[in-house]
Design a protein around this ligand. Structure first.
Ligand code: FAD
Length: 389
């Protein structure tokens, strides 16, 4: 990786705005095929939202816990060729008023909730609860998230594990949220706490920074560089731009600003080697203001390693309304924002020599694996598109 101090007289095939997983994967693919790339980022570090900050020797997921998971063989082989992944398996726990439940909803959860032992007993209990919800509706369609959730999974699980958590996430009561937010609530009739159904999951050994550093090994980089502050000089030295920043900002908010939900993190060092015994504990009661606590060491330390490190770093997560200046995390997919995003996408599709990609430039939530896949495809597409050549 080369840190650029003075970019004058340089010629680049691509200027890549944003060193997140999209920009870094694109830069890697392009460099591998002989293209010269300059990656810039307005932040003082690489990696976008997968960046990890070292605190007390522990990799802290600064922008929220990230677990890589995929069933896409090509993507898994690709990321594993850059960095080795560990065996971390996501199995979050829910804490409701001091009682613990396994997630996702599976036989362990049903046993903890009702004392049932067999799948037949659990299915009967679920059906009894769903029937109660159907009787309450008396033939009419569910009008809000509360009614929809009870219809899908019954009152007990809704009240204990869904209501408070969802209300904290959305900042609104479930009775005021639309029913369509929850279309399905998958249940697993086996004793299996693995959150993901994917074939592969894990955390890069040494943290996500290793993945990004591997991707950007032979790429020129400029940090603390806001594209819009240096647009003219940067455009002048690059043939094409790959833009992974917010799409509305690219067009100077000409149709107005897109909205987001955000998360704020309260990170503290705890004087204990093992604070909660698990990477992820959700707090599902409404009265506790945070949604979950992440204990970062459990992403990368297993067995005896946990005790050897005498401290631990935890982050409490608070779901918050987004305001200008805050990190934009989750797009708000309501009608207003969707139609605004469509108008910007239309402008983007008519913008010559700029490739828009990534979660902010597409105004769409993507997990990491689909982002890697999209970046690989974006480079291929750009180099097989004969119209611009
Ligand atoms: P980003 O990582 O946001 O990168 C964009 C970069 O562009 C940033 O570094 C930004 O500083 C830079 N930039 C923007 N504007 C400018 C500008 N004007 N000039 C210069 N630079 C600029 N996915 C999973 O698979 N598993 C998970 O467990 C998971 N957890 C998540 C938790 C949270 C809280 C969130 C929000 C997302 C999570 N994701 C997870 C999704 C994952 O974060 C994204 O898929 C991935 O980070 C998207 O990469 P990106 O490159 O598109 O965007």
């Amino acid at each position: 990786m080369n840190i650029i101090m003075n970019t004058s007289f340089k010629e680049y095939d691509y200027l890549i705005v944003g060193s997140g997983l999209f920009g870094s994967t694109f830069a890697h693919q392009a460099t591998l095929r002989g293209k010269k790339c300059l990656v810039i980022d307005k932040r003082p570090h690489l990696g976008g939202n997968v960046y990890c900050e070292k605190i007390e020797g522990i990799n802290v997921h600064k922008y929220g816990a990230h677990i890589f998971h995929t069933s896409n063989q090509e993507v898994w082989d690709f990321v594993s060729s850059i960095v080795e992944f560990n065996r971390y398996t996501n199995s979050p726990i829910a804490n409701y008023k001091g009682k613990l439940y396994n997630l996702p909803f599976n036989m362990n959860t049903f046993h903890q909730m009702w004392g049932v032992i067999t799948p037949i007993e659990a299915e009967a209990k679920l059906e009894e609860q769903r029937a109660e919800a159907r009787a309450m509706l008396n033939g009419r369609a569910p009008q809000n998230l509360e009614e929809q959730a009870q219809l899908l999974i019954g009152k007990d699980i809704y009240e204990t594990l869904i209501r408070g958590y969802t209300e904290k996430q959305w900042g609104r009561k479930c009775v005021d949220l639309p029913a369509f937010i929850i279309r399905r609530l998958p249940v697993r009739m086996i004793y299996d706490n693995n959150y993901f159904n994917d074939k592969y999951q894990g955390i890069p050994i040494g943290g996500y920074n290793k993945l990004i550093e591997g991707l950007l090994q032979d790429v020129d980089i400029k940090l603390e560089c806001d594209y819009f502050k240096h647009k003219n000089e940067l455009d002048a030295i690059c043939k094409r731009v790959v833009y992974s920043g917010p799409i509305d900002e690219f067009f100077d908010y000409c149709y107005g600003r897109l909205n987001y939900r955000t998360v704020s993190f309260e990170t503290t060092v705890k004087n204990t080697s093992n604070y909660q015994g698990n990477a992820v504990v959700n707090y599902t009661e409404r009265d506790i203001p945070y949604t979950r606590i992440i204990e970062h060491k459990h992403f990368e330390m297993f067995g005896d390693e946990i005790q050897k490190c005498s401290v631990s770093v935890i982050s409490k997560e608070y779901s918050t309304e987004w305001k200008e200046g805050m990190e934009p995390y989750y797009p708000v997919n309501d009608n207003l924002n969707n139609s605004l995003a469509d108008k910007y996408r239309e402008l983007a599709s008519n913008t010559k020599d700029v490739i828009f990609g990534g979660r902010l430039a597409e105004y769409k939530y993507y997990d990491m694996a689909p982002i890697v896949e999209k970046a690989i495809k974006a480079f291929v597409l750009d180099n097989t598109d004969s119209r611009k050549k």
